[in-house]
Write a protein that binds this ligand. Structure first.
Ligand SMILES: [Zn+2]
Length: 175
């Protein structure tokens, strides 16, 4: 990680990359990139109950922050495995969302790529991040739900998934 003003190598200080000349490099941490997956299995969706702040005890669709240099698809699959112990196949893109996020240094925003996915495995609590995981019918969601994730589930139910049409020759320099 390097300073975007001068190119010097950045050091980490309380989780914030910092340049010895220019100080904290906020562009590298603000509106941090995250990835979620709305995982479906037989008409049920996979939810996890958060075991940490912010939103302790709230139910959410699995996901988390991308590692530095990590593609959101890889982060999405990794987080579902870490939080719910299942291999997920990504099947589409629901959308890209920007939402508020509480950090120790104050209010921030995160930008989340939300995928659609499926699995044929049973979820299990797989690490210390989540209190409980399970499959739920969209009409019988557990409470409390993370408000921003309720919006994503509603978008999915309304058929708002991002779609595009692959056309013959698309991406070609010919024709
Ligand atoms: Zn610098």
């Amino acid at each position: 990680m390097h300073c975007y003003h001068c190119g010097l190598a950045a050091s980490e200080s309380n989780g914030v990359p910092s340049c010895s000349i220019h100080g904290p490099l906020w562009k590298l941490v603000q509106q941090g990139p995250t990835a979620n997956v709305l995982v479906e299995r037989g008409g049920l969706i996979l939810l996890a109950q958060r075991g940490h702040e912010p939103w302790y005890g709230h139910w959410c669709i699995p996901g988390g922050f991308q590692d530095f240099g990590e593609h959101p698809e890889d982060a999405a699959r990794r987080e579902v495995m870490e939080e719910a112990g299942v291999e997920v196949t990504l099947t589409g893109l629901l959308g890209i969302y920007v939402s508020r996020y509480e950090r120790p240094h104050g209010q921030d925003w995160i930008q989340t790529t939300v995928y659609l996915g499926s699995t044929d495995q049973d979820p299990v609590v797989n690490d210390g991040e989540m209190l409980e995981v399970g499959l739920f019918h969209p009409d019988e969601l557990p409470e409390p739900m993370l408000p921003s994730h309720l919006v994503r589930i509603a978008d999915w139910r309304a058929g708002k998934a991002w779609t595009w049409t692959h056309q013959d020759g698309a991406g070609s320099i010919e024709g």
